[in-house]
Design a protein around this ligand. Sequence first.
Ligand code: FES
Length: 313
Amino acid sequence: MIEVIISEKSALTQSICRLKLRAKNGSALPKSTPGAHIDVHLPNGIIRQYSLCNEINSSEYEIAVLNEPQGRGGSSYVHESLKVGDTLSISEPKNLFPLDSSAKKTLLMAAGIGITPILSMAEHLLQQGADFSLHYCIKSPEQAAYIERINNSGLAPFTHFHFSQSGRVKLAELIQSAHNDLHLYVCGPAEFNDAVIACASEKNWQLQNIHREYFSAAPIDHSDDGSFEIEINSSGDILTVPADQSMLDVLEDNGYFIPMACAEGVCGTCITGLLSGQADHKDVFMTAEEHAKMDQITPCCSRAKSARLKLDL
Ligand code: FES
């Protein structure tokens, strides 16, 4: 864990604020790569993941946070309670959304606050002189973060803004035909990511050329949730997960602690080995292929299709 001080807090739009962070002890922060995120441990006990969008050569970390008043309290806390000079604990950068260095051409697609990792990628590709284009889909110019930075950093000729109040963008016109050397990176709300991936799949893109990161999951439907059992491989314990509790809660209540961060199937922190049983995967972190293997599960949100799941714990 790294202790950092908020060195700057400013509004990027009416609902997005930017925080700059520097190490409390004055030392250099660990290097990050485009697409990386940090876990931010808020003083109210909430842990949230935020993509880093540090300016190239900056010694500080930068994150941008969308205020979601209907959310679970993390973004409201950042907007309303954090101020310059406050101390936060953060993790080292982790990159689950790295650029593929073998790509000869890169298509970057961002929606809303999903611009944060994509902006870092675009600035990196620009610096490398790489062949890329950036599509930034947002409701209106007023709601678009980082327009000034895009214009000032030399990214403007590579950037296409798509303003649409309805949120509908003609994706088929933006996504080229598949090519082995062409890689696609998408970051946005679940519906946007899913629509982009579906469009690319229709154009015969290979899954290994499609990279995605979700910043929030679509609301998970728990109306059909039932109870099931989980068996702990190491102890043989069999625990019942009632319809109104998550596996993670039941495990914790019984002394099995699994690291957890987002609690909504976005970050992958809680992934646990699945030794037998049929999972009802609810996360958006793993791919459809990974889900089909039935060898891992996210206990924070996923359930069971079989009567019992055996966990590798
Ligand atoms: S805690 Fe994030 S996927 Fe489970």
